[in-house]
Design a protein around this ligand. Structure first.
Ligand SMILES: O=C(O)c1[nH]c(=O)[nH]c(=O)c1Cl
Length: 312
């Protein structure tokens, strides 16, 4: 029985990894992921220069969910590029993900030129869906801007690249974003990012619970799983089969992992629960997923990936 998977010709011994943003901002965080049983890691979304992000309090939890408006705090592209280049020297043949979230097309293109010209051979996850940078709407909700971004990127970028998408909530939007993405040689899409601009209220104090943006923030965790499964399924059904789907959103157990794979995911990213549990989450979920596969007589995730049935 194996939890191995493949994306764009790259092999991963485990289909479980972290989601961008969670416990992946520092070298220490990333070293812990390297030491863990995760099949890969993705670095905190980078901007050209380091950012301190939004004022605190900027994250919270609620029953069945996480809530954040971090505002893209990160150590800058050079920090993460140095890390992944050193890691590729130490562990040749291992593919990992470098996440980018420039606050302008110019920033994204500048970072991609730097990476293109470097010795990096891994994946880039281009984040088109950060909901928490004041004054910057999510590119992923603007289909023309998304197309223009990808046109500019693939004009020069030669290495494997995927995009991190926001959740969509309308079948016409699944059609629209898939029509754009299918025009480009993407290696993967990662879906979903947090459900943007939710609001938590503290009844006792009659206030919001986080400081940035009047208390509006992205929702993650168990409460977003139905939305995540719908986006994994809808994009798996619509995208060119050469574009793998990475599923993220509400994976707290092996059962949740199984559901994402059944909907079409080739790789699974764990965010909220990884934040709570640390790297032990990868062993636990691998064990739980393996037990379900054993019960059902599956020996690899290819045996059931994307095979969700509708009701006749
Ligand atoms: O506020 C953040 O840093 C953040 N928070 C999210 O929930 N998704 C993102 O893509 C980003 Cl970049």
């Amino acid at each position: 029985l194996s939890l191995a998977t493949e994306i764009a010709g790259r092999y991963f011994a485990s289909c479980l990894m972290n989601a961008a943003g969670i416990r992946c901002q520092s070298r220490r965080d990333l070293d812990a992921l390297v030491q863990s049983s995760a099949g890969a890691y993705v670095t905190k979304s980078a901007t050209p220069a380091p950012r301190s992000g939004n004022p605190a309090p900027r994250m919270a939890t609620f029953p069945n969910g996480s809530f954040n408006s971090m505002g893209l705090p990160n150590n800058g592209l050079a920090y993460y590029l140095d890390y992944v280049l050193a890691d590729e020297q130490k562990r040749p043949g291992k593919t990992n993900f470098l996440s980018l979230a420039g606050t302008s097309l110019a920033d994204n293109l500048a970072m991609l030129h730097q990476i293109n010209d470097s010795a990096y051979t891994g994946f880039v996850e281009l984040n088109l869906s950060c909901p928490n940078v004041p004054g910057h709407p999510q590119t992923g909700y603007d289909f023309e801007a998304t197309r223009q971004t990808l046109e500019a990127v693939f004009d020069f970028y030669q290495k494997p690249l995927g995009v991190k998408l926001p959740p969509y909530f309308d079948l016409a939007h699944f059609d629209a974003i898939a029509a754009v993405l299918n025009q480009f040689p993407l290696s993967f899409v990662t879906t979903i990012n947090s459900v943007g601009n939710g609001l938590l209220v503290n009844v006792e104090t009659e206030t919001v619970v986080i400081k940035p943006k009047g208390g509006f923030g992205g929702i993650g965790g168990a409460s977003v799983k139905p939305t995540a499964l719908a986006n994994v399924r809808a994009l798996s059904q619509r995208l060119n089969p050469a574009i793998a789907v990475i599923g993220v959103g509400g994976i707290m157990s092996g059962k949740d992992a199984f559901e994402h794979i059944l909907c079409g995911a080739s790789m699974l990213q764990i965010g909220t629960q990884f934040g709570y549990e640390g790297v032990a989450v990868f062993e636990r979920i691998a064990k739980e997923l393996g037990d379900i596969m054993l019960l059902k007589g599956y020996s690899s995730i290819d045996d059931f990936r994307g095979k969700l049935k509708t009701l006749a």
